[in-house]
Design a protein around this ligand. Structure first.
Ligand SMILES: NC(=O)C1=CN([C@@H]2O[C@H](COP(=O)(O)OP(=O)(O)OC[C@H]3O[C@@H](n4cnc5c(N)ncnc54)[C@H](OP(=O)(O)O)[C@@H]3O)[C@@H](O)[C@H]2O)C=CC1
Ligand SMILES: O=C(O)C1=N[C@H](C(=O)O)C[C@H](O)C1
Length: 250
């Protein structure tokens, strides 16, 4: 499969290696300093594009891929508020995209179990729930896309929570935000050195604490998931989330 790589940072470089190991060919690599090469003509040389850039560039990159008529796998986070409008405008034209706040298999299992756990916790209202995410200090968006997906999974299934609120906590800052209302699910974001991504759902009561946690040891799981997604989407049409690719059952 011929792949166009949009974004050649921490993720782009690992994706390149895994794609080559899986016998794919990288026919175009776009980074900040050669953006002029991101043309419809160049994109048409690829079967699929994989996009891991920044929240401010992702939308225009998606539009370029749609214009070129190639499917695009999007890992960039921090842009999902534009998804409904993008879908309404482009799905009817047969444009193809697969997006995920997290491509790792472990996190997608986590998403699934998180929903089941939230439903169960309706029976135990004396537990207060909170989401915590920890990422490296270069991360541009907060809360993380993964934390938002986790929060949405809880809000869909736990009657006590209606929406989420975020606080970004700096090292050694124990500020508690009084503005978070009872019916809001708190997402606490921490930025520490080079942490690849840690997410925890915490149910706390007076007598005990229940913690459900995913820790990424490195970025390889995200990158492999993105290449698998590119293989999956190559001959499909329309708007897909990664849930369409995974089919969990027990
Ligand atoms: N869904 C998932 O599983 C995962 C998602 N992510 C998300 O992916 C995104 C990228 O992460 P990461 O690789 O760690 O970030 P990096 O900052 O390491 O890489 C982003 C790269 O994109 C480049 N870039 C900036 N603007 C453009 C543009 N217009 N076109 C092409 N390239 C551009 C940057 O160049 P320069 O530095 O010169 O500006 C940089 O090299 C983030 O949004 C992150 O949250 C990350 C890991 C997993
Ligand atoms: O920026 C990152 O690094 C990551 N971003 C994604 C997110 O926002 O959830 C996925 C992963 O946690 C790493």
């Amino acid at each position: 499969m011929k792949i166009a790589l949009l974004g050649y940072g921490k993720m782009g470089k690992i994706i390149e290696k895994i794609a080559i190991d899986r016998k794919h060919e990288i026919v175009l690599t776009i980074d900040h300093d050669n953006m002029h090469e991101l043309t419809v003509e160049n994109l048409k040389k690829a079967d699929v594009a994989i996009e891991f850039t920044t929240p401010s560039s992702v939308l225009s990159n998606i539009h370029k891929c749609f214009e070129a008529g190639i499917p695009v796998v999007v890992g960039t986070t921090g842009w999902y508020e534009h998804l409904p409008a993008l879908k309404a405008q482009h799905e009817p034209n047969g444009s193809t995209i697969l997006y995920a706040s997290n491509f790792s298999i472990g996190v997608n299992i986590f998403f699934h179990v998180n929903k089941i756990l939230a439903k169960l916790m309706n029976n135990y209202p004396y537990y207060e729930v909170q989401v915590e995410e920890i990422h490296h200090t270069q991360k541009l968006d907060s809360p993380s896309g993964t934390a938002i997906t986790i929060a949405e999974g809880i809000i869909e299934n736990l009657d006590a929570k209606r929406d989420w609120a975020n606080i970004l906590i700096n090292d050694n800052d124990n500020t508690v935000d009084d503005n978070v209302k009872n019916e809001q699910l708190l997402i606490e974001s921490h930025r520490i050195d080079s942490v690849p991504g840690t997410h925890t759902v915490i149910y706390d009561s007076e007598v005990d604490t229940l913690e459900f946690k995913h820790t990424a040891h490195n970025r390889n799981g995200f990158a492999l998931g993105a290449v698998l997604a590119a293989e999956w989407i190559k001959d499909k049409k329309g708007f897909h989330s990664i849930q369409d690719m995974f089919n969990f059952s027990v």
